[in-house]
Design a binder for this molecule. Structure first.
Ligand SMILES: Cc1cc2nc3c(=O)[nH]c(=O)nc-3n(C[C@H](O)[C@H](O)[C@H](O)COP(=O)(O)OP(=O)(O)OC[C@H]3O[C@@H](n4cnc5c(N)ncnc54)[C@H](O)[C@@H]3O)c2cc1C
Length: 446
């Protein structure tokens, strides 16, 4: 590996697949006078499985979800190129491949900004230890929320247990910061860029990853469109949904929809991979309010982004309790380990038409409306009384927008072991009559 005069820094990407509005990229560039390179690790076992019970194994991520993530990585590679650097995509465990890359490049610091849930913190510790052996620092940044934990008016250990209390405190004393402007050009030797490109090409040509790419291109004719994973596609969606079609102005009235492309923003897939930052969406809402209209709908999209913040902070606050059967409250869950009932639920053969339609849509597209998710989850955890964690694992495996805090937090909430003060059970038939009045959704996905 040819060397360079200024020692480089690395930015290790996980759920932050962008170079825009990214404190880790800015800090790494400052520490290395622009000699900064991105790195991303794809586990050897990208299609590993999780065994929930005897005879019940789920893939950790569907081929379609992995393919969608690869599209986001393609976009990230292009973005690093466009600012004069490169993304080095490696295959293997971070604690093994990152220290080796650090040694090859002579890097002095590694900057990273994951959603700090339990597994990510453990991984940070392993990588930090491996890097310390070589005298290199792992620098972590708080990047995944609109409002950083350090800017909250309370320490993370005192995160309110109920969302409304959190919202009131935030609304009283926090402002959503403006996105950080993107860097325009870095200073990375051509030899390093070429080497990183060649290494990444070799990694990304694996047969399993090629299969995943194909899976991500399949489109069910009943679905409105196939969202690609790249940042460019997310920016296009924001432009169309907010500005071109003015859907933001009506969002509060449409957001409980079930069929169609525009009843909600569908920005979750890009927010989950971090190709778009929540601050960037919030900035678009503010601009729309200045230039077009400020109403309940524009407030409500910000309110939903605050729910996202809340669950990111929640998973960080509760660590392993976020994944425990008894939940954050340590309540006794009603969860039976009933493999047959679970299989009927996930294959959409429960006999309950609304639930079955939701599960078919999820399996066919990797996406489901919020109303659909609430009903499907409530039915499994409350009506069928099956272990809610199995449902959370299935959503994690299938959802293109899987995001650890929002998924596990919402599951706990619906299952009655989290922070729903009312602990409701959805009457899925009444819900179907109310939100699918003419039965079109059930006919489409039934
Ligand atoms: C059981 C269950 C599991 C869920 N799993 C996930 C998940 O893995 N990833 C995920 O992003 N969301 C999850 N949600 C929350 C919500 O359903 C999705 O964020 C939303 O449906 C995505 O569609 P959208 O982008 O069109 O949302 P919009 O209605 O347009 O909302 C805008 C954004 O606000 C955020 N948001 C909206 N509702 C919620 C919510 N209830 N909790 C947290 N953030 C929210 C999302 O980032 C979303 O993109 C889950 C909800 C339930 C009930």
């Amino acid at each position: 590996m040819p060397g360079s005069l200024a020692p480089p820094c690395l930015v290790w990407h996980r759920t932050d697949l962008r170079v825009h509005d990214h404190a880790a990229v800015t800090a790494a560039a400052a520490a290395s006078r622009g000699h900064v390179i991105g790195v991303l690790c794809i586990p050897e076992d990208a299609f590993g499985s999780v065994e929930l019970a005897r005879g019940l194994c789920l893939p950790r991520a569907s081929e379609c979800r992995v393919g969608h993530w690869l599209q986001a990585i393609d976009g990230l590679r292009a973005d690093w190129r466009s600012i004069g650097s490169a993304l080095c995509v490696l295959r293997g465990e971070p604690e093994q491949v990152i220290p080796k890359l650090v040694a090859d490049l002579g890097a002095i610091e590694v900057h990273t900004a994951p959603c700090p849930a339990h597994d990510e913190l453990m991984q940070n510790r392993r990588v930090a230890r491996a890097l310390a052996d070589r005298g290199t620092r792992l620098v972590t940044h708080d990047e995944t929320t609109m409002i950083a934990a350090a800017d909250l008016p309370f320490p993370i250990e005192e995160l309110p247990e109920v969302f409304s209390n959190f919202r009131r405190l935030v609304e009283r004393s926090c402002k959503t910061p403006e996105p950080v402007p993107a860097l325009t050009s870095l200073d990375v030797p051509a030899s390093t860029r070429e080497w990183s490109e060649a290494t990444s090409d070799a990694t990304l040509s694996g047969a399993d990853l090629r299969r995943a790419r194909i899976a991500a291109l399949q489109r069910d004719p009943r679905a409105p469109s196939t969202a690609r994973g790249e940042r460019a596609a997310g920016l296009e969606r924001m432009q169309q949904w907010i500005w071109q079609d003015d859907c933001l102005a009506r969002y509060k009235e449409t957001r409980d929809g079930l069929l169609g492309a525009d009843f909600s923003s569908r920005l979750s897939t890009w927010l989950a991979t971090g190709t778009i930052s929540p601050r960037e969406v919030a900035a678009q809402i503010r601009r729309y309010e200045r230039e077009r209209v400020a109403n309940d709908s524009t407030y409500w999209l910000w309110f939903e982004l605050l729910w996202r913040d809340y669950f990111h902070l929640w998973v960080r606050r509760w660590q392993s309790r976020a994944f425990a059967a008894s939940g954050m409250m340590g309540r006794t869950p009603c969860g039976r380990q009933d493999v047959d009932a679970f299989e009927r639920w996930r294959s959409g053969t429960t006999g309950e038409p609304f639930v079955d339609a939701c599960m078919h849509e999820l399996a066919a597209t990797g996406w489901l409306s919020n109303r659909g998710r609430q009903n499907a989850a409530s039915w499994l955890a409350k009506t069928a009384g099956v272990d809610w964690r199995w449902g959370a694992w299935w959503f994690e495996s299938q959802l293109l927008d899987h995001d650890v805090g929002p998924n596990w937090g919402n599951w706990q909430y619906v299952a009655g072991v989290g922070n729903d003060p009312r602990n409701r059970t959805f009457n899925v038939r009444a819900q179907a009559e109310r939100y699918d009045t003419d039965g079109a959704y059930r006919r489409t996905w039934g």
